[in-house]
Design a protein around this ligand. Structure first.
Ligand code: 5GP
Length: 184
């Protein structure tokens, strides 16, 4: 059956099979780096929910999962203000933390989160992002280091595979660029 959201998509950037094979590679790197460390893998809700469900199944190590929600975006633009909407349940002290995020643009959301987590004395904090937005202007400084990256994507508004526009399109199995007329 044709996906009824398909007409809203301008182009597909990463089809399902491409995401799947990239996740296998990422999972292998993560498995090697976190072997024997029992990391606390943090999902930043809601965008990373589909990514985390898939990536942890490619991590061949014992791990714990927890969920956090922050908000900084409304529609297609950042409000510039980050709020913790849901905090963690697990203790961070002494743990190796892996933050799993859907997409890093300016890095504002994650730099806030990393600072919050570091104040709770973890053993380490690293970021695994499915997408890192390429910046055309080389003078643009990203506010965080992203150690594990799925894809460097074009600087366009993308949806699917967990990423939404006004809570829609998260369940698209691929990642695509939304047609401008959908949000203009
Ligand atoms: P940053 O703080 O790095 O500028 O933005 C990160 C957050 O903004 C992401 O977690 C995501 O929720 C949202 N975001 C940034 N770019 C996009 C995009 O192209 N599409 C969607 N759906 N969300 C985005």
């Amino acid at each position: 059956m044709k996906n009824e959201m398909e007409n809203d998509i301008k182009k597909v950037l990463y089809p399902e099979d491409v995401i799947k094979s990239r996740l296998e590679e990422l999972g292998e790197a993560l498995s090697n780096d976190y072997a024997g460390k029992n990391p606390l893998v943090l999902c930043v809700l809601k965008g990373a929910s589909i990514f985390i469900a898939d990536i942890v199944r490619h991590m061949a190590v014992s791990l714990q999962m927890d969920f956090m929600a922050v908000s900084s975006y409304e529609g297609t633009s950042s409000t510039g203000e980050v709020r913790i909407v849901k905090d963690l349940e697990a203790s961070v002290e002494g743990r190796d933390i892996l933050i799993v995020e859907d997409i890093v643009d300016t890095g504002l959301t994650l730099s806030y989160l990393v600072n919050q987590l570091k104040s709770r004395n973890p053993a380490s904090v690293n970021i695994c992002a499915l997408l890192l937005k390429k910046k055309n202007d080389p003078s643009t400084q990203r506010m965080v280091d992203v150690k594990y990256v799925g894809f460097e994507c074009p600087d366009e508004f993308v949806v699917g595979y967990g990423l939404d526009f006004n809570e829609k399109y998260r369940n698209l199995p691929y990642i695509g660029v939304l047609k401008e007329e959908m949000y203009s």
